[in-house]
Design a protein around this ligand. Structure first.
Ligand SMILES: Nc1ncnc2c1ncn2[C@@H]1O[C@H](COP(=O)(O)OP(=O)(O)O)[C@@H](O)[C@H]1O
Ligand SMILES: [Mg+2]
Length: 272
Protein backbone atom coordinates (compact mmCIF):
# COMPACT_ATOMS: atom_id res chain seq x y z
CA UNK A 1 0.00 0.00 0.00
CA UNK A 2 1.59 3.31 -1.09
CA UNK A 3 1.04 6.64 0.64
CA UNK A 4 -1.86 8.32 -1.17
CA UNK A 5 -1.82 12.03 -2.01
CA UNK A 6 -4.40 13.79 0.17
CA UNK A 7 -6.33 16.86 -0.98
CA UNK A 8 -7.34 18.02 2.51
CA UNK A 9 -4.86 19.51 5.00
CA UNK A 10 -4.01 17.30 7.97
CA UNK A 11 -2.93 18.90 11.25
CA UNK A 12 -1.34 16.70 13.92
CA UNK A 13 -1.33 17.78 17.57
CA UNK A 14 1.67 16.08 19.16
CA UNK A 15 3.97 16.08 22.20
CA UNK A 16 6.47 13.79 23.85
CA UNK A 17 4.70 14.24 27.17
CA UNK A 18 1.21 13.51 28.46
CA UNK A 19 -0.90 16.04 30.31
CA UNK A 20 0.44 19.03 28.37
CA UNK A 21 -2.93 19.77 26.77
CA UNK A 22 -2.81 18.02 23.37
CA UNK A 23 -6.42 16.87 23.54
CA UNK A 24 -7.59 20.23 24.90
CA UNK A 25 -5.75 22.05 22.11
CA UNK A 26 -6.99 19.68 19.40
CA UNK A 27 -10.61 19.98 20.58
CA UNK A 28 -10.62 23.77 20.92
CA UNK A 29 -8.96 24.29 17.56
CA UNK A 30 -11.51 21.94 15.96
CA UNK A 31 -14.52 23.86 17.27
CA UNK A 32 -12.97 27.22 16.36
CA UNK A 33 -12.12 26.10 12.82
CA UNK A 34 -15.68 24.82 12.44
CA UNK A 35 -17.07 28.13 13.75
CA UNK A 36 -14.89 29.78 11.09
CA UNK A 37 -16.92 27.97 8.46
CA UNK A 38 -14.57 25.05 7.87
CA UNK A 39 -15.57 21.41 7.71
CA UNK A 40 -13.57 19.61 10.38
CA UNK A 41 -12.90 15.93 10.89
CA UNK A 42 -11.30 15.25 14.29
CA UNK A 43 -9.60 11.87 14.56
CA UNK A 44 -8.60 10.52 17.96
CA UNK A 45 -5.47 8.36 17.58
CA UNK A 46 -5.04 7.96 21.33
CA UNK A 47 -6.30 4.74 22.97
CA UNK A 48 -7.29 6.91 25.96
CA UNK A 49 -10.24 7.91 23.75
CA UNK A 50 -10.48 11.28 25.53
CA UNK A 51 -11.26 13.59 22.62
CA UNK A 52 -14.89 12.55 22.93
CA UNK A 53 -15.15 14.22 26.34
CA UNK A 54 -14.47 17.56 24.66
CA UNK A 55 -16.25 17.13 21.38
CA UNK A 56 -18.79 14.35 21.10
CA UNK A 57 -22.40 15.25 21.85
CA UNK A 58 -23.37 11.73 22.98
CA UNK A 59 -20.32 10.39 24.82
CA UNK A 60 -21.80 6.90 25.21
CA UNK A 61 -21.88 6.27 21.47
CA UNK A 62 -18.25 7.38 21.27
CA UNK A 63 -17.23 4.16 23.00
CA UNK A 64 -17.24 2.82 19.46
CA UNK A 65 -14.63 4.25 17.15
CA UNK A 66 -11.86 3.51 14.71
CA UNK A 67 -10.75 0.50 16.78
CA UNK A 68 -14.13 -1.16 16.27
CA UNK A 69 -14.14 -0.21 12.57
CA UNK A 70 -10.82 -2.00 12.23
CA UNK A 71 -11.44 -5.00 14.48
CA UNK A 72 -15.11 -5.65 13.82
CA UNK A 73 -15.26 -4.25 10.29
CA UNK A 74 -17.96 -1.78 11.25
CA UNK A 75 -18.67 0.75 8.49
CA UNK A 76 -17.02 4.15 9.01
CA UNK A 77 -20.44 5.79 8.93
CA UNK A 78 -21.34 3.84 12.12
CA UNK A 79 -18.34 5.01 14.09
CA UNK A 80 -18.18 8.69 13.06
CA UNK A 81 -19.93 10.86 15.63
CA UNK A 82 -21.55 14.27 15.43
CA UNK A 83 -19.48 16.68 17.50
CA UNK A 84 -19.86 20.18 18.91
CA UNK A 85 -19.98 23.16 16.54
CA UNK A 86 -20.52 20.78 13.61
CA UNK A 87 -17.18 18.98 13.97
CA UNK A 88 -17.31 15.35 12.84
CA UNK A 89 -15.47 13.13 15.30
CA UNK A 90 -13.86 9.77 14.74
CA UNK A 91 -13.24 8.55 18.31
CA UNK A 92 -10.59 5.96 19.02
CA UNK A 93 -13.16 3.70 20.70
CA UNK A 94 -12.79 1.74 23.92
CA UNK A 95 -10.42 -1.24 23.72
CA UNK A 96 -8.95 -3.70 26.18
CA UNK A 97 -5.20 -4.35 26.43
CA UNK A 98 -5.17 -7.33 24.05
CA UNK A 99 -7.18 -5.56 21.38
CA UNK A 100 -4.89 -2.57 21.68
CA UNK A 101 -1.80 -4.72 21.15
CA UNK A 102 -3.43 -6.38 18.12
CA UNK A 103 -4.38 -3.00 16.71
CA UNK A 104 -0.88 -1.68 17.17
CA UNK A 105 0.55 -4.71 15.40
CA UNK A 106 -1.81 -4.08 12.48
CA UNK A 107 -0.81 -0.39 12.32
CA UNK A 108 2.87 -1.29 12.40
CA UNK A 109 2.34 -3.66 9.46
CA UNK A 110 0.23 -1.12 7.52
CA UNK A 111 2.30 2.08 7.71
CA UNK A 112 0.03 3.98 5.32
CA UNK A 113 -3.25 2.90 6.88
CA UNK A 114 -4.21 6.38 8.08
CA UNK A 115 -3.39 8.10 4.78
CA UNK A 116 -5.31 5.47 2.83
CA UNK A 117 -8.28 5.68 5.20
CA UNK A 118 -8.50 9.48 5.00
CA UNK A 119 -8.23 9.25 1.20
CA UNK A 120 -11.06 6.69 1.13
CA UNK A 121 -13.32 9.11 3.04
CA UNK A 122 -13.28 11.39 -0.06
CA UNK A 123 -13.65 14.46 2.15
CA UNK A 124 -14.74 17.77 0.60
CA UNK A 125 -11.62 19.80 -0.26
CA UNK A 126 -12.36 22.53 2.31
CA UNK A 127 -12.18 20.00 5.15
CA UNK A 128 -9.41 20.20 7.72
CA UNK A 129 -8.44 16.95 9.43
CA UNK A 130 -7.15 17.34 13.00
CA UNK A 131 -5.37 14.42 14.68
CA UNK A 132 -5.09 14.00 18.43
CA UNK A 133 -2.21 11.70 19.40
CA UNK A 134 -0.90 9.89 22.47
CA UNK A 135 2.33 11.13 24.11
CA UNK A 136 5.73 10.00 22.88
CA UNK A 137 6.80 7.62 20.13
CA UNK A 138 4.12 5.10 19.12
CA UNK A 139 2.62 3.53 16.01
CA UNK A 140 -0.13 6.15 16.30
CA UNK A 141 2.38 8.99 16.13
CA UNK A 142 4.13 7.30 13.18
CA UNK A 143 0.80 7.08 11.34
CA UNK A 144 0.01 10.73 12.15
CA UNK A 145 3.42 12.03 11.07
CA UNK A 146 3.30 10.14 7.77
CA UNK A 147 0.24 12.18 6.72
CA UNK A 148 0.44 15.49 8.60
CA UNK A 149 0.99 18.66 6.60
CA UNK A 150 1.39 20.77 9.70
CA UNK A 151 2.33 19.73 13.23
CA UNK A 152 1.43 21.49 16.43
CA UNK A 153 3.87 20.50 19.16
CA UNK A 154 2.24 21.30 22.48
CA UNK A 155 4.63 22.40 25.24
CA UNK A 156 4.40 23.53 28.82
CA UNK A 157 6.67 26.40 29.84
CA UNK A 158 8.83 24.16 32.02
CA UNK A 159 12.13 22.31 31.91
CA UNK A 160 10.44 18.93 31.27
CA UNK A 161 9.00 20.07 27.96
CA UNK A 162 12.40 21.37 26.82
CA UNK A 163 14.03 18.08 27.74
CA UNK A 164 11.65 16.02 25.62
CA UNK A 165 11.56 18.30 22.56
CA UNK A 166 14.33 16.42 20.77
CA UNK A 167 12.35 13.14 20.89
CA UNK A 168 9.49 14.74 18.97
CA UNK A 169 11.82 16.57 16.59
CA UNK A 170 13.64 13.37 15.67
CA UNK A 171 10.33 11.73 14.74
CA UNK A 172 9.32 14.77 12.68
CA UNK A 173 12.65 14.66 10.83
CA UNK A 174 12.14 11.01 10.06
CA UNK A 175 8.54 11.07 8.86
CA UNK A 176 7.77 14.62 7.70
CA UNK A 177 10.81 16.53 6.47
CA UNK A 178 11.31 14.42 3.36
CA UNK A 179 7.69 14.80 2.17
CA UNK A 180 6.99 17.47 -0.45
CA UNK A 181 3.48 18.06 0.98
CA UNK A 182 4.81 18.83 4.45
CA UNK A 183 4.41 22.51 5.41
CA UNK A 184 5.98 23.04 8.82
CA UNK A 185 6.10 22.24 12.50
CA UNK A 186 4.65 24.85 14.83
CA UNK A 187 4.74 25.08 18.61
CA UNK A 188 1.98 25.99 21.02
CA UNK A 189 2.97 26.89 24.56
CA UNK A 190 0.12 25.91 26.86
CA UNK A 191 -0.72 26.65 30.49
CA UNK A 192 1.41 29.77 30.69
CA UNK A 193 1.14 31.45 34.08
CA UNK A 194 2.48 34.98 33.81
CA UNK A 195 2.33 35.26 37.61
CA UNK A 196 5.15 32.70 37.85
CA UNK A 197 8.71 33.74 37.15
CA UNK A 198 9.76 30.36 35.66
CA UNK A 199 6.79 30.40 33.30
CA UNK A 200 7.65 33.93 32.13
CA UNK A 201 11.36 33.14 31.68
CA UNK A 202 10.78 29.91 29.78
CA UNK A 203 8.22 31.62 27.55
CA UNK A 204 10.70 34.37 26.76
CA UNK A 205 13.36 31.81 25.79
CA UNK A 206 10.86 29.85 23.69
CA UNK A 207 9.74 33.01 21.87
CA UNK A 208 13.36 33.75 20.98
CA UNK A 209 14.17 30.16 19.97
CA UNK A 210 11.04 29.34 18.03
CA UNK A 211 10.43 32.74 16.40
CA UNK A 212 7.97 32.28 13.52
CA UNK A 213 7.39 28.64 14.42
CA UNK A 214 5.48 29.71 17.52
CA UNK A 215 1.80 29.20 16.68
CA UNK A 216 0.61 30.82 19.87
CA UNK A 217 0.46 30.89 23.64
CA UNK A 218 -2.45 29.68 25.78
CA UNK A 219 -2.56 30.84 29.38
CA UNK A 220 -3.39 28.61 32.27
CA UNK A 221 -7.04 29.32 32.88
CA UNK A 222 -9.49 27.41 35.06
CA UNK A 223 -12.19 28.08 32.47
CA UNK A 224 -10.46 25.36 30.36
CA UNK A 225 -11.23 22.55 32.81
CA UNK A 226 -14.62 24.06 33.73
CA UNK A 227 -15.59 24.08 30.04
CA UNK A 228 -14.54 20.43 29.79
CA UNK A 229 -16.60 19.51 32.86
CA UNK A 230 -19.58 21.31 31.33
CA UNK A 231 -18.94 19.55 28.00
CA UNK A 232 -18.92 22.88 26.16
CA UNK A 233 -16.31 24.48 23.91
CA UNK A 234 -14.52 27.22 25.82
CA UNK A 235 -15.71 29.88 23.39
CA UNK A 236 -19.33 29.23 24.29
CA UNK A 237 -18.68 28.38 27.97
CA UNK A 238 -16.51 31.43 28.74
CA UNK A 239 -16.23 33.57 25.59
CA UNK A 240 -14.34 36.39 27.31
CA UNK A 241 -11.90 34.18 29.18
CA UNK A 242 -8.19 34.51 28.52
CA UNK A 243 -7.98 30.94 27.19
CA UNK A 244 -10.89 31.48 24.77
CA UNK A 245 -9.11 34.50 23.32
CA UNK A 246 -5.79 32.63 23.19
CA UNK A 247 -7.31 29.66 21.37
CA UNK A 248 -9.03 32.01 18.89
CA UNK A 249 -5.67 33.58 18.06
CA UNK A 250 -4.08 30.15 17.61
CA UNK A 251 -6.92 29.05 15.29
CA UNK A 252 -6.57 32.23 13.21
CA UNK A 253 -2.82 31.68 13.00
CA UNK A 254 -3.37 28.08 11.96
CA UNK A 255 -5.73 29.13 9.16
CA UNK A 256 -3.19 31.70 7.96
CA UNK A 257 -0.48 29.07 7.81
CA UNK A 258 -2.64 26.62 5.90
CA UNK A 259 -4.09 29.18 3.47
CA UNK A 260 -1.23 29.31 0.93
CA UNK A 261 -1.33 25.55 0.53
CA UNK A 262 -5.06 25.15 0.06
CA UNK A 263 -7.07 25.07 -3.14
CA UNK A 264 -9.07 28.33 -3.29
CA UNK A 265 -12.74 27.77 -2.59
CA UNK A 266 -14.99 29.68 -4.97
CA UNK A 267 -17.46 31.99 -3.26
CA UNK A 268 -16.13 31.30 0.23
CA UNK A 269 -14.36 34.22 1.90
CA UNK A 270 -10.98 33.50 3.42
CA UNK A 271 -10.85 33.93 7.20
CA UNK A 272 -8.88 37.03 8.22
N1 LIG B 1 -4.68 26.26 29.24
C1 LIG B 1 -5.07 25.45 30.22
N2 LIG B 1 -5.43 25.98 31.43
C2 LIG B 1 -5.83 25.17 32.43
N3 LIG B 1 -5.90 23.83 32.36
C3 LIG B 1 -5.56 23.25 31.20
C4 LIG B 1 -5.13 24.02 30.07
N4 LIG B 1 -4.86 23.15 29.05
C5 LIG B 1 -5.09 21.91 29.52
N5 LIG B 1 -5.51 21.96 30.80
C6 LIG B 1 -5.84 20.80 31.67
O1 LIG B 1 -4.70 19.93 31.70
C7 LIG B 1 -5.12 18.58 31.77
C8 LIG B 1 -4.44 17.77 30.66
O2 LIG B 1 -4.93 18.22 29.42
P1 LIG B 1 -5.07 17.22 28.18
O3 LIG B 1 -5.59 18.00 27.05
O4 LIG B 1 -5.84 16.00 28.57
O5 LIG B 1 -3.54 16.83 27.95
P2 LIG B 1 -2.92 15.68 27.00
O6 LIG B 1 -3.88 15.38 25.91
O7 LIG B 1 -1.63 16.27 26.49
O8 LIG B 1 -2.66 14.49 27.89
C9 LIG B 1 -6.64 18.59 31.68
O9 LIG B 1 -7.16 18.46 32.97
C10 LIG B 1 -6.96 19.94 31.09
O10 LIG B 1 -8.23 20.42 31.50
MG1 LIG C 1 -4.70 13.55 25.30
Amino acid sequence: MAQPQLTTPVVAVIAAKGGVGKTTVAANLCTLLAENGRKVLAIDLDPQNALRFHLVVDRQTAEIGLAQALMEHRPWSHVMQPGRSGVVVLPFGLVDDEDQIGLERFLAEQPHWLGQTIADFQLPPDTIVVLDTPPGPSVYLQQALRVSNLNIVTLLPDAGSFATLSITERMIDKYCRTRSDFIDTTYLVNQVDTGKRLSRDVLQTLRADLESQLLGVVHSDQAVSEALASAAPIRSYAPFSQAAQDFSMCAAQLLRRLAPYETPRSGTPRPQ
